[in-house]
Design a protein around this ligand. Structure first.
Ligand SMILES: [Zn+2]
Length: 171
């Protein structure tokens, strides 16, 4: 379990427990500490009818496969965040636009009460061969059939891959 704040991160006053909907309101400075999912992005990079999947090097879900991508920074557009993450993780430049969104999903991330909001996009490879950074143990290009033989960290990744692979030219 992820422990809720016990002291206000803004003014250091003691805080009550999470209220309805999980929000905590500081009794001193009245600031609201929201309990929301963290936005993250994933790319279904398609080449020759195959999608790129990454084996996770770190927990949570170490050893299982997922889509390249990651958490957004504050103020970052999801498409820009996705391009940045794919570049950092794999050294790849991808072509992706807002209209390439194929799926969004909410799911737990490690702890049962830590939640993500995942946005998955179809994407085209612009240049480069995948060169995994340290948080990626291995990469594979897989067909839908080959997906049956690997264990995905998050079930919705399969649906995102199905949708991206079934769209002509990856769009
Ligand atoms: Zn406070």
């Amino acid at each position: 379990m992820t422990k809720p704040f016990r002291f206000c991160p803004s003014c250091s006053s003691g805080l009550p427990g999470r209220g309805e909907e999980g929000t905590i309101v500081c009794p001193n400075c009245r600031r609201h500490w929201y309990y929301n999912p963290s936005p993250a992005t994933g790319a279904v990079i398609v080449r020759d009818g195959r999608a790129l999947v990454c084996r996770r090097a770190f927990e949570p879900e170490a050893g299982k496969y997922d889509l390249p991508g990651g958490f957004l920074r504050v103020g970052e557009h999801p498409v820009d965040g996705l391009k940045r993450e794919v570049s950092e993780e794999l050294g790849l430049e991808i072509d992706v636009e807002t209209s390439d969104l194929v799926l969004f999903a909410t799911h737990t991330y490690g702890d049962d009460d830590t939640w993500n909001l995942s946005l998955c996009f179809g994407a085209r490879l612009v240049s480069g061969e995948p060169t995994p950074a340290d948080d990626v143990a291995e990469v594979r290009w897989v067909t839908l059939t080959e997906l049956d033989d690997i264990e995905l960290a998050w079930a919705h990744d399969r649906e995102a891959i199905e949708r991206a692979l079934s769209t002509p030219s990856g769009r």
